[in-house]
Design a protein around this ligand. Structure first.
Ligand code: ADA
Length: 575
C-alpha cells in the first residue's frame, strides 16, 4: 500500500509487492555468476520487508538479491521503487537499468519498447557501509537491508505525468490562493503526440489546454497562475485537503494538497499567521519486528499514541518517512520535520570536504523535496543532524543545501539540528535554530553534569544568539531526554536508567523550555526505543537506544504520562 488514495484512474499500475525470489550474496559474487539473468535457487521472501528481521540474518550487512516475474501489455514501463536499502542495482530481463544510492527516497526507471508478455525484474540491495555511506557506520540506529517500501510497474501511454508540484501563495488574509502546477511530462510514444492537458484543484479547473511532445520527449511545464477564492486553509484543527488531478487523454496523476502559511516573525513561529508552540517527539519509522518496512496499521497506532500524548508535531529522525505516513499526517493535521540521513558523529570534519558526500547529500535533498513537495504537513526541512558545524568544513554544505531548499522546497522553514550550539557557524542559514543537548544524561565541557546545567545553558544560548546576531531566530529544542529501562523503578531521586529519572528529567526540561521566551518548541528524544547495531561501537544497553518514552513494542514508561499531562496543559494555556 503506497498511498491513502488512488493516484491513478486511467493509468494501469502493476503492484509488484508480495512474494519475490530471494538469495543472500555474502561474498558478492552474484553479478559475476550471472544472477541478474535469474536467481539460481528457490528461496523466497515478501516485499516490502527488511532481511534483518529474519532469524539467520539479524545482523547481516551486505548484499541480497530479489527476483520478481510479472506480465505486461508492453510499451513504455515506469518501474518505481519507494525504498531500497541502501545501494540498489536493477536489471530487467538481464539488462542493467541502473543504480540508486540512498535508502529513504524513491527512484524510478523509464523503459521504452518493452515487449508484451512475461518479464523478470532483478534487484540487488547492498546495505554495506563505506566512507561515503549515509549514515556512516558509526550511527545510533540499525541500518536495515532490504526492499523496505512498495515496488510497482506503471504502463505509460501517450503523454504521461511523472510528477506535479502544486506551487501556491496565499493572500495576506489567507482567503485566496494563487496556484500553478509545475509538471514533469513524458511522451511514452516513439512519435510526436498532441493531447489535451487539464489540472483541477477540488472542483476548480485551474488549467485546460493542449500540449505536444516529440517522441520520448521529457519536458517540465508550468501552467499559468490562477487565483482560487475563498479557500479553506489547512491547519492542525481543520486539516482541509484538496484533490489535485492532472489529466491527459491517456494518463492521470492524482494527489492531495493543503494550503497553509508558515513563517518566522518576532522570535516566533507563525502558522497561518498565529504563533504556534511545537509540541513534539522524535520518531524513527522502525519496529523490531518490521525494521523500516513499517506497516500502515502500526503507523496508525503510533499516530494514535502521539495524538494521545498531545503532540502537534513529529520530527522524522533521521530520514524521509514513507508517503503513506505523510498522507496520514496531512489528514490528521500533524506537523512534520523531514531531513536526510546525515547523522553527525559518524561524519568527520574531513568527510565534509569529500565531493561524493556532497553529491550524495545534494541528491538526497533534491529527491526529498521533489517527492514530498505537496504534503502540507511538512513545515521544516532539516539539512543534517549533529555534523561538525563548529568546523569551517560544513559551511559550504549548509550554504548550498539551504539555497536548494529555499529555491525548490515550497512553503517551509529551514533548520539543522546542532549539538554544538555555542560554537556552531552555520545557524545563519537557518530560519529556526534547533538544539540537541542531553544535560542530566551526558556530561558536557564547562557544565557540572546535573539537571541545573539546563538553566545555565538557556542563558549561555541567549548570549551566543546575541553575539552572533541571531536573536531574531526562534529556537526549538530538537533533542533532549534520558534513557530508562522499562520496568526499572527507584525510590531515590537520582537513579539513572530508572523510569522515574527519565520522567523527572523530562518534566524539568519541558517546564524550563516552555517558559523560556525565545524557545518555541520541543521534540523529545524520543517517541519509543529503537534497535541499534552491535557493529557501531556505541554499545547501547540491549543494543537498543532506550530513551523512548515508550518501549520498542509501544508500552508506555512513566514519562509517557507526565509528557501527556504537560503537553495537554501547554496546548491549552498557549505560550
Ligand atoms: C543524538 C542523535 C540521536 C541519538 C541521541 C542519543 O542527539 O541525534 O540520533 O543518537 O543523540 O540518544 O544520544
Amino acid at each position: 500500500m503506497r498511498r491513502l488514495f488512488d493516484e491513478h484512474v486511467k493509468r494501469n499500475v502493476i503492484d509488484l509487492n508480495g512474494t519475490w525470489g530471494f538469495k543472500i550474496d555474502r561474498d558478492n559474487v552474484g553479478e559475476a555468476e550471472g544472477w541478474q539473468n535469474g536467481l539460481p535457487c528457490g528461496d523466497e521472501t515478501t516485499v516490502p520487508s527488511c532481511w534483518n528481521n529474519e532469524l539467520r540474518l539479524l545482523n547481516y550487512e551486505g548484499c541480497c538479491w530479489y527476483e520478481r516475474k510479472f506480465r505486461t501489455e508492453g510499451g513504455t514501463l515506469l518501474l518505481e521503487f519507494e525504498s531500497v536499502m541502501t545501494l540498489a542495482t536493477v536489471w530487467l530481463d538481464g539488462v542493467k537499468l541502473g543504480e540508486h544510492y540512498g535508502a529513504f527516497t524513491e527512484f524510478e526507471f523509464v523503459v521504452n519498447d518493452v515487449k508484451a508478455g512475461e518479464h523478470t525484474l532483478v534487484v540487488r540491495a547492498d546495505s554495506r557501509f563505506d566512507e561515503h555511506s549515509f549514515p556512516q557506520r558509526y550511527t545510533d540506529w540499525f541500518n536495515y537491508g532490504g526492499i523496505a517500501r512498495s515496488v510497482s510497474a506503471h504502463e505509460l501511454k501517450g503523454i504521461s505525468i511523472l510528477s506535479n508540484h502544486l506551487v501556491y501563495e496565499l493572500s495576506e488574509d489567507l482567503k485566496d490562493v494563487t496556484v500553478s502546477a509545475k509538471l514533469d511530462l513524458y511522451n511514452a510514444c516513439e512519435g510526436s503526440v498532441t493531447s489535451p492537458l487539464s489540472v483541477t484543484v477540488g472542483d476548480v479547473t485551474v488549467y485546460d489546454g493542449e500540449i505536444t511532445l516529440d517522441g520520448y520527449e521529457r519536458r517540465t511545464y508550468e501552467t499559468p497562475k490562477v487565483t482560487i477564492e475563498n479557500v479553506a486553509i489547512w491547519d492542525p484543527k481543520t486539516p482541509n485537503l484538496y484533490t489535485v488531478a492532472v489529466k491527459t487523454d491517456t494518463d492521470d496523476l492524482i494527489d492531495r494538497v493543503g494550503f497553509r502559511k508558515i513563517e518566522v516573525k518576532d522570535v516566533k513561529i507563525l502558522l497561518n499567521g498565529k504563533p504556534i508552540e511545537l509540541l513534539g517527539v522524535n520518531r524513527h519509522d522502525e519496529h523490531p519486528d518490521w525494521g523500516f518496512a513499517f506497516p500502515p496499521k502500526l503507523m496508525k497506532k503510533d499516530l494514535d499514541l502521539i495524538e494521545d500524548l498531545g503532540c502537534n508535531t513529529i520530527r522524522g529522525s533521521h530520514y524521509p518517512n514513507s508517503k503513506i505516513f505523510l498522507d496520514m499526517l496531512d489528514k490528521r493535521g500533524i506537523l512534520f520535520w523531514s531531513e536526510i540521513p546525515m547523522w553527525g558523529v559518524g561524519f568527520s570534519e574531513k568527510s565534509l570536504l569529500d565531493p561524493i558526500i556532497e553529491e550524495r547529500g545534494t541528491n538526497m535533498h533534491e529527491e526529498m523535496v521533489r517527492q514530498y513537495y505537496n504534503h502540507p504537513s511538512i513545515i521544516l526541512w532539516g539539512m543534517h543532524n549533529e555534523i561538525p558545524t563548529y568546523s569551517p568544513n560544513s559551511y559550504h554544505l549548509s550554504e548550498k543545501w539551504s539555497k536548494i531548499l529555499r529555491a525548490k522546497g515550497g512553503n517551509r522553514l529551514i533548520t539543522h539540528a546542532s549539538c554544538h550550539p555555542m560554537k556552531d557557524n552555520d545557524m545563519g542559514f537557518d530560519d529556526v535554530i534547533s538544539i540537541n543537548i542531553y544535560h542530566g544524561w551526558y556530561r558536557y565541557g564547562g557544565y557540572n553534569g546535573t539537571l541545573q546545567d539546563w538553566d545555565k545553558m538557556v542563558e549561555d544560548l541567549r548570549a551566543r544568539r546575541k553575539e552572533m546576531g541571531w536573536e531574531d531566530k526562534p529556537v526549538v529544542m530538537s533533542e533532549f531526554g534520558a534513557a530508562a529501562l522499562a520496568g526499572f523503578h527507584s525510590h531515590f531521586d537520582d537513579v539513572r536508567w530508572s523510569e522515574e529519572y527519565q520522567r523527572d528529567l523530562l518534566e524539568y526540561t519541558l517546564e524550563l523550555f516552555h517558559k523560556t521566551d525565545y524557545m518555541n518548541g520541543t521534540y523529545i528524544w524520543q517517541f519509543c526505543n529503537i534497535r541499534t547495531s552491535p557493529s557501531t561501537d556505541l554499545n547501547r544497553v540491549r543494543y537498543f537506544n532506550n530513551k523512548g518514552i515508550l518501549d520498542e513494542y509501544r508500552n508506555p514508561k512513566a514519562s509517557y504520562f507526565k509528557v501527556k499531562e504537560l503537553y495537554h496543559k501547554y496546548a491549552k494555556e498557549g505560550k
